[in-house]
Design a binder for this molecule. Structure first.
Ligand SMILES: [Zn+2]
Length: 259
């Protein structure tokens, strides 16, 4: 946010993630890291609580200040020791930005990987309200909110070249919408080499060929759909860090580059 000295020049701590370009790569990683996956799960289960919230200490990945991450137990998984919060939708940071796990991670990812630089023009799709202050500080131009995609399409039609460097989408895609036609449209409003980075409800174990219901989470088919839509280097990044407040078994960020 303007004047916020704690977001130093849009730089952050390294964002660590395991990257997969197919279901096979993911399954192999899971088999080879079975112990790590089990340890993470046990740690998360051990935090089950009968109180209404779980508060954990850590470090905000955006401002690198000590922080508290607050997760509500309501609606979480029931265990004998209480409820385990939905970590992905929780772990709200105590810093001014008040971002939850997946929102903070999405910004942490684009800042650390260079997908977002201060000179870039950014299109934000989905509910970006909580992330807008950071994006406005760390980009030259941000178009987001209802109608953002329509506006970008109109701009595209009026220009010789597509003009966004980064498209961010926050939990908007489903299996039914994460298809080639949409990706091809997004590709057209990006500069060559620009990136499309998003979070989405995702089921890494969905049976191949399952029908696309309206609210069905995305599955691994989105990788070939991205490639067919004109993107390269399409990948799923699995992240987990207790220090940065990224608990949860299914923390994925997807990224693809305009070919
Ligand atoms: Zn924070």
């Amino acid at each position: 946010m303007p004047g916020d000295a704690r977001l130093p020049a849009c730089s952050t701590a390294p964002f660590r993630a395991a990257e997969f370009r197919s279901r096979e790569e993911f399954e192999t990683y899971f088999r080879e890291n079975e112990r790590l996956m089990a340890d993470r799960w046990l740690r998360e289960q051990s935090l089950a609580s009968r109180s209404d919230r779980v508060v954990l200490d850590g470090t905000c990945g955006l401002c690198l200040e000590e922080a508290e991450f607050t997760s509500h137990t309501e609606g979480g998984e029931a265990t004998a020791a209480g409820r385990v919060p939905n970590w992905r939708e929780g772990m709200m940071c105590s810093c001014d930005r008040r971002l939850i796990n997946r929102q903070r991670a999405l910004l942490h990812y684009v800042l650390d990987t260079g997908a977002l630089e201060p000179w870039m023009r950014v299109l934000g799709l989905g509910d970006m309200a909580a992330m807008e202050p950071v994006l406005q500080t760390c980009s030259a131009r941000l178009v987001s909110g209802p109608g953002a995609l329509l506006q970008a399409g109109r701009e595209r039609d009026g220009l010789k070249n597509p003009n966004y460097h980064l498209i961010l989408s926050a939990d908007q895609l489903t299996k039914a919408t994460a298809v080639k036609d949409l990706f091809a449209m997004l590709r057209r409003i990006l500069v060559g080499g620009g990136q499309f980075v998003f979070t989405a409800a995702f089921d890494p174990r969905a049976a191949p060929g399952e029908a696309a219901g309206p609210d069905r989470p995305c599955d691994w088919s989105l990788i070939p759909q991205l490639l067919d839509g004109g993107f390269a280097n399409a990948k799923a990044c699995l992240y987990w860090s207790e220090e940065f407040g990224y608990l949860g078994p299914g923390n994925f960020i997807f990224a693809a580059q305009a070919a």
